[in-house]
Design a protein around this ligand. Structure first.
Ligand code: F6R
Length: 612
């Protein structure tokens, strides 16, 4: 949510910053801007809209220099506009700040500054920062001291960067609760230093990186200088940047979303290779003792959006496989609901980004109750990973498309294997059953490939859906979360109203929505729930609903009852969510395209929701 970049080095400053911002655009895309020390003067360029709009604006500006910062915004305070776009400056335009996060006491600070005569140009919380620095400068502090004094005044979350005409060769930075990375590279024998909210912006320039901790601040000039809020030097060690350029490139795909959908079989192979060896289930990075895990009394899963949907499936995995009482809750609810817990409770966070503010707050809440915390994350350097006692790597690779796809199936598979791991520790699974499950799991990648081959037929369903105003999704038990996830994918990228329901609940109210204009997508693979799903399908059909069914291969009975039927390979019901979601991802993708929507950057959204 909002992306920051900074660069100091020999390359052409505007192009380095623009390339970095393009790679961070998934974090916010309502406006963007740069501040550069050009010919010794602070020069600002900002624009409402996408980075491409900023790029157009830059055509008329000749920027020369090698120190600069940039920002791509997801609006929190103040509408998307050029006026509210970052960077923000002090009144005489000698220093510029970019910020990600929310300054909670900004109104209070703004009033104090206004009384001193400061005039505000924007509606943002961020603008208090340059004015505060300015105020401290007027009180006689050096820039470095004024920057630190300002940090001490701020309440809330921030990752920020600042440049100034007063020290033309420096970029100041600070982190508290929002991610920020400093990095180093080399160009033509000269060192270059970088700053970014996320690692993709630093590839391929950076060779070494350091992930800042909360309360750290410092500056880049001919090196990286790091301090804590007591102004003591902080020693740090570099980590090699291992991410490759192709991991964050669309390659030959038109969108990140479709590339990521197609990556799923390979990610399943990767997870199975690492976690299943000769029928042994391995979680070598886990950091929680087997003694603790085998004596667990209860699990509370807390996550947001798509990750919560994976958590709802995992609740069933953990209850049915490991026989542990489990609840799954939205992080935004869990953090405030003050649950009754005991010392044998494990709180599990699930987060692709590892930065979601609500999920992180849920972890803080659990720790405040002295509970143990385990997180499933796709980034081991993320804040959630760092703050959790145990951590499991999702291994999905960087997910750039704003709509989560590959992270969801990676979450499902890792959570399933974790449930099996616990069932083994707690003697709830027979060796024979484990062997047969291990064999079945090995089929998942090729089964996914089979589903992806049906993309053309799925596109025909999207053609049918493209002009509809509302679509309903029904599923039961393991596939109730699939219904929620299918509806979320469709609504977030195509803007068609969509809801997922537990199919048994349908007749208790939502069935009133069904007409010949409201299609119903029924997830009805083979298994215990199939016959119940047929009844629900019939109920919708009797009300003239168009039926689109996700069925197991060869299920002619449901196919005959449906207007459209998509086959998925036969698999145990508990594993079917891993397959059934793929057609729904593809349907959402094609429907959005047919409606002319920007699938990788849906309106009003941003990836990595770092504000509450
Ligand atoms: C939907 C989507 C969001 C995220 C949610 C949690 O496609 O991407 O609903 O799943 O914001 O994000 P993470 O998993 O990063 O905590």
């Amino acid at each position: 949510m909002c992306g920051i970049v900074g660069y100091i080095g020999p390359k052409s400053i505007d192009s380095v910053l623009l390339v970095g911002l393009i790679k961070l655009e998934y974090r916010g895309y309502d406006s963007a801007g740069l501040a550069v020390i050009s010919d010794g003067e602070l020069t600002i360029a900002k624009e409402k809209g996408r980075i491409a709009d900023l790029e157009n604006r830059l055509r008329n500006l000749e920027l020369r220099g090698h120190v600069g910062i940039g920002h791509t915004r997801w609006a929190t305070h103040g509408e998307p506009s050029r006026r509210n776009a970052h960077p923000h400056t002090n009144s005489d335009g000698t220093l510029a700040v970019v910020h990600n996060g929310i300054i909670e006491n900004y109104l209070e600070l703004k009033q104090i500054l206004q009384k001193k005569g400061y005039v505000f140009e924007s509606e943002t919380d961020t603008e208090v920062i340059p004015h505060l620095i300015d105020d401290f400068l007027r009180q006689g502090l050096t820039l470095e001291r004024a920057f630190l004094a300002t940090l001490k005044e701020l309440k809330g979350k921030y990752a920020l960067a600042m440049i100034s005409e007063l020290q033309k060769e420096r970029i100041y930075f600070a982190r508290n609760g929002a991610p920020l990375i400093v990095a180093m590279g080399e160009h033509a024998g000269q060192k270059e230093y970088l700053l970014a909210s996320d690692i993709p912006a630093l590839v391929p320039l950076a060779k070494l990186a350091y992930y800042l901790h909360d309360g750290e601040w410092g500056y880049l000039d001919n090196g990286v200088f790091l301090f804590n809020l007591e102004n003591q030097h902080v020693d740090f060690s570099w980590e090699a940047v291992t991410i490759r350029a192709e991991d964050i490139d669309k390659g030959s795909y038109p969108h990140f979303m479709i590339k990521e959908i197609y990556e799923q079989p390979e990610i399943m192979r990767r997870i199975l290779r690492r976690r299943l060896r000769q029928n042994q289930i391995l979680f070598d990075e886990l950091r929680l003792s087997k003694d603790f895990l085998s004596s667990l009394g209860r699990i509370i899963i807390q996550a947001s959006g798509t990750s919560l949907h994976a958590g709802l499936v995992a609740k069933l995995y953990l209850e049915q496989r490991a026989h542990i009482e489990t609840t799954a809750d939205y992080s935004s609810e869990f953090r405030y609901r003050n649950p009754v817990v005991g010392g044998d409770t494990l709180v599990v966070g699930i987060s692709q980004s590892g930065e979601t503010a609500d999920t992180l707050a849920g972890i803080h809440e659990a720790k405040a109750k002295f509970l143990r915390v385990l997180s499933f994350v796709n980034n081991l350097n993320s804040t959630i990973a760092r703050e959790s006692e145990g951590v499991i790597d999702l291994m999905a690779g960087p997910e750039i498309g704003v709509a989560s796809t590959k992270a969801y199936t990676a979450e499902l598979l890792n959570l399933y294997l974790f449930a099996l791991y616990l069932s083994e520790l707690r003697w709830k699974i027979q060796e024979e059953e484990k062997k047969s499950l291990a064999l079945e799991l090995q089929n998942i990648p090729s089964y996914m490939e089979e589903i992806l081959q049906q993309e053309k037929q799925l596109r025909a369903i999207s053609e049918y859906l493209a002009d509809k105003n509302s679509v309903l999704f029904l599923g039961r038990t393991f596939n109730y979360p699939t219904a929620l996830e299918g509806a979320l994918k469709l609504k977030e990228i195509s803007y068609i109203h969509a809801e997922g329901y537990a199919a048994g609940e349908f007749k208790h109210g939502p069935i009133a929505l069904v007409t010949d204009k409201v299609p119903v997508i029924v997830i009805a693979p083979q298994g215990e729930m199939r016959s119940k799903m047929i009844s629900n399908l019939q109920e919708a059909k009797a009300r003239k609903g168009t039926i689109i069914a996700i069925i197991s291969k060869g299920d002619d009975e449901i196919a005959a009852l449906s207007d459209f039927a998509i086959e998925i390979p036969s698999i145990r019901e508990e594993l079917s969510p891993l397959l059934a979601v793929l057609p729904l991802q593809l349907i959402a993708y094609h429907t959005a395209l047919l409606r002319g929507c920007d699938v990788d950057k849906p309106r009003n959204l941003a990836k990595s929701v770092t504000v509450e």
